[in-house]
Design a protein around this ligand. Structure first.
Ligand SMILES: [Zn+2]
Length: 234
């Protein structure tokens, strides 16, 4: 009974804090509930790959990036790092950027602080345990933002780095790579953050879409840069 009362008290407090935060967030200068692109007119872009590590596709993406001599950021799921540690290690050793995409890829928006702490902090530790020393951007699963998650991130000054160019149609098994690449290249502009997936399933189409997309946008005069570099552009 005491546990139930305490849970209700925590829940109420959390609701009140969230309401205050959501109101305040409308006026807070410099704080965004989600970052979707860089405010820049320079022709620079960042490629981000979600849901890995996922052998052999993560390795194939690494080869592709090396072939094109461009950087990308791999947003790892913590649980997948545990399953595919060797694959994760290859990404770290390649010098690519690594991001935190939660531990279990669950919907985080209305999770309690203890669950948020586990999902985000445990994944952070797993990435560091690979010897990765660079910045670790965070991206919530399913493009979610705000809610309890927004509050939690705000108090930790940890931005939620989403994207402005998701794959359309979705880059799943049997999707048309040419259609994905064309759609993404038409929507990309200076400062864009593009999303594709190396994780969760068969990614042959995503790989081909990435190859086409990288070449098309290079030909249009865009430069692919690291996400951390893109986010410093103003
Ligand atoms: Zn995801």
């Amino acid at each position: 009974m005491q546990n139930a009362t305490e849970a209700l008290r925590t829940f109420t407090l959390w609701i009140v804090l969230t309401s205050i935060f959501l109101g305040a967030a409308l006026w807070l200068p410099g704080w965004k509930m989600a970052v979707r692109s860089a405010a820049s007119s320079e022709r620079k872009l960042a490629l981000t790959l979600d849901d890995g590590p996922n052998p052999p596709y993560t390795e194939k993406f690494l080869q592709l990036l090396e072939h094109h001599q461009i950087p990308a950021t791999f947003f790892f799921i913590g649980r997948n790092i545990e399953f595919h540690r060797a694959s994760a290690q290859k990404v770290v050793d390649s010098g690519m950027e690594v991001g935190n995409h939660s531990y279990s890829h669950t919907r985080l928006q209305w999770k309690m602080p203890s669950q948020l702490a586990f999902e985000i902090e445990h994944t952070h530790s797993l990435i560091r345990s690979l010897g990765y020393q660079g910045p670790i951007p965070f991206r919530a699963p399913y493009g979610q933002w705000g809610g309890f998650l927004g509050l939690w991130l705000f108090f930790r000054s940890l931005p939620n780095i989403l994207y402005d160019v998701p794959p359309t149609p979705a880059d799943y098994f049997r999707a048309d790579p040419a259609a994905i690449a064309e759609s993404s290249s038409l929507r990309a502009r200076g400062g864009s953050i593009l999303l594709l997936h190396d994780g969760e399933g068969i990614r042959i189409e995503s790989l081909e879409a990435a190859d086409r997309l990288i070449r098309t946008l290079k030909a249009k005069g865009f430069q692919w840069v690291r996400l951390s570099e893109l986010l410093t552009l103003r």
